[in-house]
Design a protein. Structure first.
Length: 339
């Protein structure tokens, strides 16, 4: 029996069919690895290119939403060309683990992160962390009026003012975490409350942050790093992040997860890639360039990141989070929100 543990998913839609090849190209005898990734292309591609250049391993990449790719790998079964699945969120790898589609990572890879940042059975390992926040436009929303809890977003004062991204894997993980903590009935009521409150729906977090920055909507539920990236590109970008209290569901820290697909024909190359993502240079890339929190032991976060204590946050039982991804998506749709 797998022990229950506290995940680093902590309180603190369509698949892109075109793949992308990186590396030396062409030689059938060359080392290669096929990656299905739910990470946004501009965030993950630079480090995959670096891996290909430094190791000589050709990399073929398929981009899409994490949940859609997980469903695709399950549907493809033993025919899947995927060697590695890089998920934007833990629910998608949890779904594949529940379906028996993932292999076990070597102990020397698993030991690179704390126990809370990896699966009990060794099927996946976290390689960066992203915190859920409320992005807001200070010209339209005084800081003193910001909500104390994400559950307050269904209140009348937020009617027609909030942006969410139901197709996004991070939002789906947030909903899954709510199911674990509060139950399906309470989660369904919150989702329906958001729909009844005329929440604006977007395809992704980037679109929400841009809309808030332009003043088209007042606030939005997103990951923390989008505002930091926008400010790095445009220092005059006006939107800000609001952190919910550490014991609130709105303060969820969601890990990105790396796994090797069971039956992979390139396990050596796949393992090399996962190990590479946890080395100091790659961890610093995620921290310095994409503004995510490093998970590998001994790697300090960038000074550009707000301080965060992993010890002061409440845990969510990950063993219950990923196995029922389809039900989470169904709850979102039933509320009148597309997911």
């Amino acid at each position: 029996m797998r022990r229950t543990r506290q995940l680093l998913c902590i309180l603190l839609a369509g698949v892109v069919l075109a793949g992308c090849g990186l590396g030396g190209g062409g030689d059938e005898s060359a080392q290669r690895v096929t990656i299905y990734t739910g990470r946004t292309q501009n965030l993950i591609e630079p480090i995959l290119e670096r891996f290909a250049k430094e190791t000589g391993i050709d990399v073929d990449v398929r981009y899409g939403q994490s949940s859609d790719l997980a469903l695709l790998i399950d549907e493809e079964g033993g025919r899947t060309p995927a060697d590695v699945f890089l998920s934007q969120t833990p629910s998608a790898v949890g779904y594949l683990d529940h379906k028996g589609r993932l292999g076990r990572l070597p102990d020397d890879v698993l030991s690179l992160v704390p126990p809370t940042a990896r699966a009990d059975d060794g099927s996946w390992v976290g390689f960066s962390g992203r915190k859920r926040v409320l992005v807001y436009n200070p010209a339209k929303v005084p800081a003193a009026t910001l909500p104390r809890s994400v559950l307050d977003m269904t209140g009348p004062q937020w009617k027609g003012r909030v942006g969410i991204a139901p197709p996004n894997a991070s939002f789906q993980d947030f909903v899954s975490a709510m199911r674990v903590k509060l139950g399906d009935d309470a989660t369904s009521r919150w989702l329906k409350g958001m729909a009844d409150n005329d929440a604006f729906t977007f395809a992704n977090n980037t679109a929400i942050v841009a809309a808030v920055g332009r003043g088209e909507i007042d606030v939005g539920l997103v990951n923390h790093y989008y505002v930091l990236q926008a400010k790095a590109e445009n220092p005059s970008f006006s939107a800000l992040n609001h952190d919910f209290p550490s014991d609130d569901l709105g303060n969820l820290l969601i890990v990105t997860a790396a796994s090797i697909v069971k039956g992979s024909k390139h396990t050596e190359e796949a393992t090399a890639l996962v190990r590479y993502l946890l080395q100091e240079d790659a961890q610093r890339y995620f921290s310095d360039q994409t503004y995510e929190y490093p998970l590998a032991a001994g790697v300090a976060p960038s000074s550009a990141l707000p301080p965060m204590s992993f010890d002061q946050v409440e845990g969510v039982d990950f063993d219950r989070l990923g196995g029922d991804l389809e039900s989470t998506r169904a709850l979102i749709r039933a509320a009148g929100l597309e997911g």
